[in-house]
Design a protein around this ligand. Structure first.
Ligand code: MD6
Ligand code: FE
Length: 203
């Protein structure tokens, strides 16, 4: 399957009903109560990301001056991440076409000014497993390019309830978020956008 002519890129527009979106937001409120959003920063320079983040699952992705890595506990509280709730695991089971569950669910929060620069997700040991991404709240422009920086790119608008899969040839393509459209959704009381990415880290 392909989307935007890109093999392995799968787009499930409005996959989650409003009711399911609201249920997931409720689960994420429980998540941040135990595992508060923190500010990741760039390796070496320590330049802060514009997104804030937390994780669910046996492993969570973190980035600080020491580098990018997966670890079992929150970098600020030192407590383990909460398990990925069943309602989120169900989405992986429905869409990933992968035989084992994800260890990690990254939770990224975008204020209206936040961006995500072009990157490849390659900190996982297992780069064959797909990544399942879930968008909630304000819509955003997602840009995807090739396997090298600086080539041609395509963009699409991700809206609340949309799911996107990077699998196969699309798994290691550069991608990022150019902008968030403030006020485009009323799912979140405080506005902004949440992106969940479900990842298989180990074989
Ligand atoms: C975002 N998404 O939608 C950023 N990564 O906020 C990603 O970086 C991403 O959508 C891997 C697979 C799917 C994605
Ligand atoms: Fe990514």
């Amino acid at each position: 399957m392909a989307y935007l002519g890109i093999s392995g890129l799968k787009y499930y527009q409005n996959w989650l009903s409003e009711k399911k979106q609201q249920k997931i937001i409720g689960l994420l409120r429980d998540c941040v109560a135990v595992s508060p959003l923190f500010q990741p920063c760039m390796p070496r320079t320590g330049k802060p990301f514009s997104v804030k983040m937390t994780n669910l699952g046996s492993l969570g992705w973190v980035s600080d001056k020491q580098g990018y890595r997966y670890q079992p506990s929150h970098p600020v509280t030192g407590r383990p991440w909460l398990p990925i709730p069943d309602d989120i695991m169900t989405i992986w089971n429905e869409l990933s076409d992968w035989h084992v569950p994800p260890e990690a669910c990254l939770v990224n929060y975008y204020s209206p000014e936040a961006r995500m620069g072009a990157h490849v997700d390659n900190d996982e040991h297992n780069l064959a497993a797909p990544i399942v991404s879930i968008s909630l709240g304000d819509s955003a422009t997602f840009r995807i390019g090739g396997h090298k920086r600086g080539g041609p790119t395509r963009s699409m608008r991700l809206m609340s309830g949309d799911c996107l899969i990077l699998s196969g040839d699309a798994r290691l393509r550069y991608h990022g978020i150019d902008r968030v459209f403030a006020g485009s959704s009323d799912l979140l009381r405080q506005g902004g956008r949440i992106n969940l990415t479900l990842r298989r880290v180990n074989y």
